[in-house]
Design a protein around this ligand. Sequence first.
Ligand code: SF4
Length: 327
Amino acid sequence: MNLDKKYDESQSLLSVNDLKTWFPVKRGFFSRQQDYIRAVDGVSLELFSGETLGLVGESGCGKTTLGRTLLGLEPVTSGEIYFKNFLLNHAGRKQMNRLRQEMQVIFQDPLSSLNPRMSVMDIVTEGLVQFKRIEGSKEDHARRLIKEVGLSGDAIYRYPHEFSGGQRQRINIARAISLRPEFIICDEAVSALDVSIQAQVINLLISLQEQHQLSYLFISHDLSVVSNIADRVAVMYLGQIFEKGKTADIIHAPLHPYTRALIAAVPVPGKERQDKFAEVKGEAPSTATPPVGCRFHPRCPEAMPVCRETPPPLRRFEDREVRCHLY
Ligand code: SF4
């Protein structure tokens, strides 16, 4: 058992091996050649029971596609996804239905992910009704769930537009925990909220995790937000993991030039701004035509000749993994 935190490293909940999610695109109108958007391009990671793994990177780096692939919402091009030692790639519809109850998602925009015509009671019990898991009154279930996320019981009779952004995200969370899942993907779940409300929602997620031994994959473009909740962090760039390690190590001693650039770009609470790190310049290239060699080399302030020719593998370095020729 990890003594700093509450998760158990002997209990793997989710294991991803060399996962690829590619989407075919035509090179040009008359071209017969096919290119691929390599949204997820050889990702391996592990999530332990009760753990929060932060997944950070710029917009378009593939983190949301990775989350959608784990939930079965995008087809796997190659690689393996094990959930509780069950290979999801080969799951039939019936098995997937059963597993879906244990895997839930909370999206960024609380309003668009809630049906405006449904009452809060119907929203938070929708999954329970669908999977025939209502015992007793639906109203009682709805009241219990809505109180768990810090709203008053009467809220179940109201509609999404009657709530603030933070309250709507609490309703989303109530819906996500209704089936008592073990795994929740939080996809930019607090990004649309004010900073003070972000902190409240993160505290709620942490408290629900402790009560229910939940595991989160917490996807965000904002490393400072991730640092408030994640036990470990994986940094993603152009479809690949560039650095992975314990949150404190990543925040206080980042190894990869891209991680250092991310830290330079965002204020980290309790730390002075990391001006010693260069901010990353320019736009990320397309995942349809990733640069040869290290994918980060056109933007890297420390690029060497080898970086333009040879792609670095993800290597173990001390207590973390890093994809860079410097290590
Ligand atoms: Fe920079 Fe080279 Fe490391 Fe890539 S491999 S991050 S280009 S130093």
